[in-house]
Design a protein. Sequence first.
Length: 314
Amino acid sequence: MAFELTPELVDQVIFGMENQDAEYYVDTRVGIVVSELEITEEADESDTGEQRYIPVPEWRSVDGYNLMEGFVGTLRNPIYRERLRKILASGRGVFRQFKDTVKERKEIERLWFNFKEKEMRRIVVEWFNDMRETAGLDRVELEFEDTEDLVFSDFVVDAATVGELGQVQDLDRAAFDEMYDGEPDAVVAYYRSLSRASAPAVDAEESVILVARTPAEEFAAFLWAVEEAVPGGPRFGRILQIYVTPEYRGLGLARAMLHSYRTSAIEKGIERLLIRVEGESTLFADMLFSEGFALAGQILEVDLAELNAEPGAP
């Protein structure tokens, strides 16, 4: 190949792909992207006979749609995932609606930009390597500087204020409703009473409550832990709840809250962290395993009424 693909050139190629106002080409002699209006050479051949101006990869509306569809498939925020799916299925003003919707939340918009940047760069590198293979050359790998800031860096994690403690209690109850969705209210209340039987009040000295807030001071998530010392043993941090409000899910906030508390616990000399995974929290359990937690016990349940109703039951 007559030109080297650099991260800077990749970004120029992406610009040319997305700009529909003109045709864009890579000037292989100079290593830059130029528009058709900037091509002044009468011949399109270099001294070596290789083509000097190579058109950037074609980028069609369907490619843009597929990119958006791919992003929605990765989005874990349930509210925006469903909204964006409906927009993609609407068939009218899809691109404008999509752009306006992700712009509503800076966190979602940044996830979109990061996803789009990575996918577009991958496409350009693949295009370049296809040309290299055609020319009988080896494929190359290109490393990019990781420009993806952690989304949760937009949030401020701090101790809960006295005025937020009531909200923490309400959301703790809401969390149990979600974890045991479909169960009768009395059953959910019983499970919650079992879990909170030995828990101090949210304003007790042993309780540690961290809250994540947006730059606009909106309540986004909380972590509630109880710190206890075992006579003759280690100090424990017992995490009772990590809850993220629905509109801020899928942004890594639960993990961010866990990291923040873990750092604080280490500074306090706490040696072990415990957390009980309730109800349908299997995905949350996967995240905990990835953070070094290990199974320390299980609670198993059988519905005797349902079991007795099965054919052949004694």
